[in-house]
Write a protein that binds this ligand. Structure first.
Ligand SMILES: N[C@H](CCC[C@H](N)C(=O)O)C(=O)O
Length: 301
C-alpha cells in the first residue's frame, strides 16, 4: 500500500481511514488521539480502522475483507480515543474508501461494526451518494444507557444546572439525546451540549442533537458529540433528530436534516427501519513522517 492513511469528509465530519494492511498495529486510545489531533497530528473527528477480517469474539459470520462475500469489518474511534459502535458519516466514508481502493466492486455490500451490520447501497459512484440502512432505532433507556428503570425515553425532563430540559432519547447502537427548540445555534450546542453529554443520567455519555423543526419534512440540527465535541454534521445524529421529530408528531417519514456541514435525507419505513442518504468525499492520502511514525509505533525511526 503506497499510503499510511487516507482522509475523507462527509458533510464536514472528517475521518482518517487506516487500512490494517498498512498499519503499525491496531489503534489504541493514545495513537487515535495523536493522529486525530488538529494541531499536532493530521486532524479528524474520528478514525476508521478497516477492512478487518475479525471483529472479536462475538463476531458472527466470517468477514471478507477481499470483498468476496461483500461483508467488511470496521472499527470506529472518536477523536478522544474512545471506541464508537456506529457512525452514519463514518460508514459512508468507509464505503467510499472500499470503492476507491478496489475492495467493493458491487453497489450493494455490508459494513459490520460493533453495532452490527449496516447495509450499504451506492446510489451514484461519481458523486459518492450512498444510502445506509441502519435498522430500527430504540427509545429504551437501557439501550440509550440512561440511569433508572427501563422505559421509553420520549418527552422526559432532564434537570441541567437548575433548568428543566425536555429530551427524547434514541439509540442506533450509539446513544442520542434530542432537544427540540424553536431556534438552534452553534452557541446553544457549545453551551448545553457538553452539560447534557456528560450528565450523570448518562454514565456512558450521550451524543446531543439540538433540533429546530422548519416544516413537516425539514429540520435543522446542531450537534454535540460525546467523544468528539462540536461537529459540522453527524449521520447517526441526523437519524436521531429526524426519528425523534417524527415520534413527537412534528415531521413525517421523510425528513431533510440540515446541519452546518450540509444536509442528509433520513427516511423511516413503516417497519421502523431508518435509512440515511448522503455523500462522502476523499480529501487526501498521506505518509507519516519518520519521527511521527516512531512515536506511533514506539520504535526508533
Ligand atoms: N459522527 C458519527 C457519530 C459518532 C457518534 C459518536 N460520537 C459516539 O457515539 O460516541 C456519525 O456521523 O454518525
Amino acid at each position: 500500500m503506497d499510503q499510511d492513511f487516507t482522509k475523507y469528509e462527509a458533510l464536514g465530519n472528517d475521518y482518517l481511514v487506516i487500512d490494517p494492511s498498512a498499519a503499525w498495529a491496531s489503534p489504541t486510545a493514545d495513537t487515535v488521539r495523536m493522529v486525530t489531533d488538529r494541531r499536532r497530528g493530521v486532524g479528524a473527528d474520528g478514525l476508521l480502522f478497516g477492512p478487518l477480517a475479525d471483529l472479536g469474539p462475538d463476531d458472527g459470520p466470517p468477514l471478507t475483507p477481499d470483498g468476496g462475500g461483500g461483508v467488511f469489518g470496521l472499527r470506529i474511534f472518536n477523536s478522544d480515543g474512545t471506541p464508537c459502535a456506529r457512525s452514519g458519516n463514518g460508514i459512508r466514508v468507509f464505503a467510499r474508501y472500499l470503492m476507491d481502493h478496489g475492495y467493493a466492486g458491487a453497489d450493494d455490500f455490508t459494513i459490520r461494526t460493533d453495532a452490527g451490520p449496516t447495509a450499504v447501497r451506492v446510489l451514484d459512484r461519481a458523486s459518492g451518494l450512498i444510502r445506509l440502512a441502519l435498522g430500527p432505532m430504540s427509545s429504551s433507556s437501557r439501550d440509550v444507557g440512561a440511569t433508572g428503570h427501563d422505559r421509553p425515553m420520549l418527552r422526559e425532563t432532564l434537570r441541567v444546572d437548575g433548568e428543566n430540559i425536555e429530551i427524547t432519547c434514541l439509540s442506533d447502537g450509539n446513544p442520542h439525546c434530542v432537544v427540540v427548540r424553536e431556534n438552534v445555534t452553534p452557541e446553544l450546542a457549545h453551551a448545553l451540549g457538553p452539560r447534557i453529554a456528560g450528565h450523570p443520567a448518562f454514565p456512558g455519555r450521550v451524543n446531543v442533537e439540538f433540533v429546530q423543526v422548519r416544516d413537516h419534512a425539514t429540520v435543522r440540527a446542531e450537534i454535540w458529540e460525546r467523544g468528539a465535541g462540536y461537529t459540522l454534521a453527524s449521520g447517526s445524529g441526523a437519524c436521531a433528530a429526524a426519528r425523534a421529530a417524527q415520534l413527537l408528531g412534528l415531521t413525517g417519514e421523510k425528513v431533510t436534516v440540515e446541519m452546518p456541514g450540509g444536509s442528509l435525507e433520513v427516511e423511516t419505513a413503516r417497519s421502523g427501519e431508518v435509512s440515511v442518504t448522503g455523500t462522502a468525499a476523499q480529501v487526501a492520502t498521506g505518509r507519516w513522517a519518520p519521527d511521527f511514525r516512531a512515536r506511533l509505533t514506539g520504535r526508533r525511526p
